[in-house]
Design a protein around this ligand. Structure first.
Ligand SMILES: Cc1ncc(COP(=O)(O)O)c(C=O)c1O
Length: 419
C-alpha cells in the first residue's frame, strides 16, 4: 500500500494520482524492484549471450510440456461447431459438473450433488481471486502457507484483509504448525488456504493432518480452501482429497484444476466443490465477474474427466522423470527424496562451491547455476533456502530424458557445489 506523498512528474498522465493504493497508488508503475522470475529471465539471457553454443537445461518451467490428449482435442473439435455451445455459459453447464461429480466419486469416494456442490471456474487461479470476496472484510485474516501460490493472499489484501503466513519448514515435514498461531490471529481468521500435494515442496497431506484441520476449523470457526491443483500427480500412494475427511464438507471447499493432471493449462478449466453454501457464494461472486468458460471447452474437459487413462499417463511420465532427477541430483551431492506429489523437486540449496563461491540465498545459487552452467532452477527463500527443479522440460523420448540427465550430471559435477 502506498501512502507516500504524491510523486507525479510532468511526464505522468493526469490519472497517475488516481491509481488505487492496492496496486501502488501514485507510485504505480514506478517500482524499481526486480522480481524473481524477471531475474531468472535476465540470467538466462546473459547465459545465452555468453555461451551461445551451450544449451540451457531448463528446470525452471512450471507448465506441462505436452498438449492436451488427442481425445480431448477431438471432442473440442466437434463441440466447437455446434450452435448450442455458442452462448454465455454463466455458472457452467451441467455436463461438466456431472463429470466432476463422477470424478470425485471414482477417485475419492466423495459424493457431491453436481447442481449445488460444484461450480466450474475458468482455471483455478480465478477461484483464488474470488473466494476472498466471499469472506474477507477489512481486518479479517486469511492464513496461508509459505512458500505457496499467492493469489488468495493478494486478493485478501485487496479487500483490506491481512495474510498470516504459515511457514512450511523441512523440520515440520512441510506441514504448517498451527500451535504457533497467536489467538488474536485465530479470532480474526476467516479462511485457511492449504495446498496438497504442495507446490513447491512436493509434500502430500495425510488423513490425520486433514482431521486436525477440520477440528481446528470448527473450533476456531474459519473456512478451509484446499488447493488440489496437483492432486493427480501424487506418487506416494493414492491421491487424497480433503473432502474425504469426515466433517470436511461442513467446513470448506476443494479447488480442482484441469491444468496439471490433464495437460490443459491453457484451456482454463477447473472447479470448486464442497459445502453448498460456500460453492453458492463463490458462484455469486463469479457470476458478477465473468460469464463462464466457453461451453465447448467445458464439454471437452468433461470428456477428459471421464477418462482416467489420461492423468495416469501424465502421472507415469512425471514420476519417471522425477525418479531420474532424484538419482542424478543425489549423485551430485544433493540430498533429496522422491516428492510425494507435484512435478517439482524441492532441493536444499547449496551454500557455495568448492572453488570458494558462497551463496547467501537460493537466489544467488540460482543465478550462478544459470550464468555459469546453463542450468535453470527457481529459488525459494521464504522458509529456508531451496531450489525448485521442475521436470516439465521438453524431451521427446526417454532416451532424450536420459541424455538430459547425463548432461545435468556433468555440469553439476563441474559446478562442485557444497552444502
Ligand atoms: C499450487 C497451484 N495452485 C493453483 C494453480 C493455478 O492453476 P490453474 O489456474 O491453471 O488451474 C497453480 C498453477 O501454477 C498452482 O501451482
Amino acid at each position: 500500500m502506498s501512502t507516500a506523498a504524491p510523486e507525479t512528474t510532468r511526464d505522468d498522465p493526469y490519472f497517475q494520482k488516481l491509481f488505487a493504493d492496492r496496486i501502488g497508488g501514485v507510485n504505480y508503475g514506478k517500482d524499481t524492484e526486480i522480481y524473481k522470475f524477471e531475474k531468472i529471465k535476465r540470467a538466462k539471457r546473459k547465459a545465452l549471450a555468453d555461451h551461445p553454443e551451450r544449451k540451457l537445461l531448463d528446470f525452471g518451467i512450471g507448465e506441462n510440456d505436452s498438449m492436451a490428449d488427442a481425445s480431448i482435442r477431438k471432442v473440442m473439435n466437434e463441440e466447437v461447431n455446434k450452435p448450442e455451445n455458442r452462448g454465455y455459459a454463466d455458472n457452467g453447464v451441467i455436463e461438466y459438473k456431472e463429470a466432476a461429480a463422477r470424478f470425485m466419486q471414482r477417485h475419492f469416494g466423495v459424493t457431491l450433488d453436481p447442481a449445488t456442490q460444484i461450480t466450474h471456474a475458468i482455471g483455478s487461479k480465478p477461484a483464488y481471486a474470488m473466494l476472498p470476496a466471499c469472506f474477507i472484510n477489512p481486518g479479517d485474516v486469511t492464513m496461508m502457507t509459505v512458500p505457496g501460490y499467492p493469489v488468495a493472499g493478494t486478493h485478501t489484501r485487496y479487500y483490506g484483509g491481512e495474510v498470516f503466513r504459515l511457514p512450511l519448514l523441512a523440520e515440520n515435514g512441510f506441514l504448517p504448525d498451527f500451535d504457533s498461531v497467536p489467538d488474536d490471529i485465530y479470532r480474526r481468521t476467516k479462511m485457511l488456504v492449504l495446498n496438497y500435494p504442495n507446490s513447491p515442496t512436493g509434500k502430500t497431506a495425510t488423513p490425520e493432518f486433514y482431521e486436525k484441520v477440520v477440528a481446528l476449523a470448527k473450533e476456531k470457526q474459519f473456512v478451509v480452501v484446499q488447493d488440489a491443483a496437483h492432486i493427480l500427480l501424487t506418487f506416494d500412494g493414492e491421491p487424497l482429497s480433503f473432502l474425504q475427511t469426515p466433517g470436511a464438507l461442513d467446513v470448506g471447499v476443494e479447488v480442482h484444476s484441469m491444468s496439471k493432471g490433464y495437460d490443459m493449462i491453457g484451456w482454463r478449466m477447473g472447479f470448486v466443490c464442497g459445502h453448498e453454501r460456500i460453492v453458492s457464494a463463490f458462484a455469486d461472486v463469479k457470476d458478477n465477474s465473468d460469464s463462464g468458460q466457453f461451453i465447448a471447452t467445458q464439454k471437452a474437459a468433461a470428456a477428459g474427466l471421464d477418462d482416467d487413462s489420461i492423468p495416469d499417463r501424465i502421472n507415469t511420465k512425471y514420476r519417471r522423470r522425477l525418479e531420474k532427477l532424484v538419482a542424478t541430483l543425489n549423485q551430485c551431492g544433493f540430498d533429496c527424496e522422491m516428492p510425494g506429489g507435484t512435478y517439482f523437486l524441492y532441493a536444499k540449496s547449496p551454500s557455495g562451491t568448492k572453488s570458494g563461491e558462497s551463496f547467501a540465498k537460493a537466489e544467488d545459487a540460482t543465478r550462478h547455476l544459470i550464468e555459469q552452467f546453463g542450468i535453470v532452477t527457481v529459488p525459494w527463500d521464504d522458509a529456508g533456502s531451496f531450489l525448485r527443479f521442475s521436470v516439465t522440460y521438453v524431451a521427446d523420448t526417454e532416451a532424450d530424458e536420459d541424455a538430459l540427465m547425463q548432461e545435468t550430471k556433468k555440469r553439476l559435477g563441474d559446478a562442485g557445489l557444497v552444502w
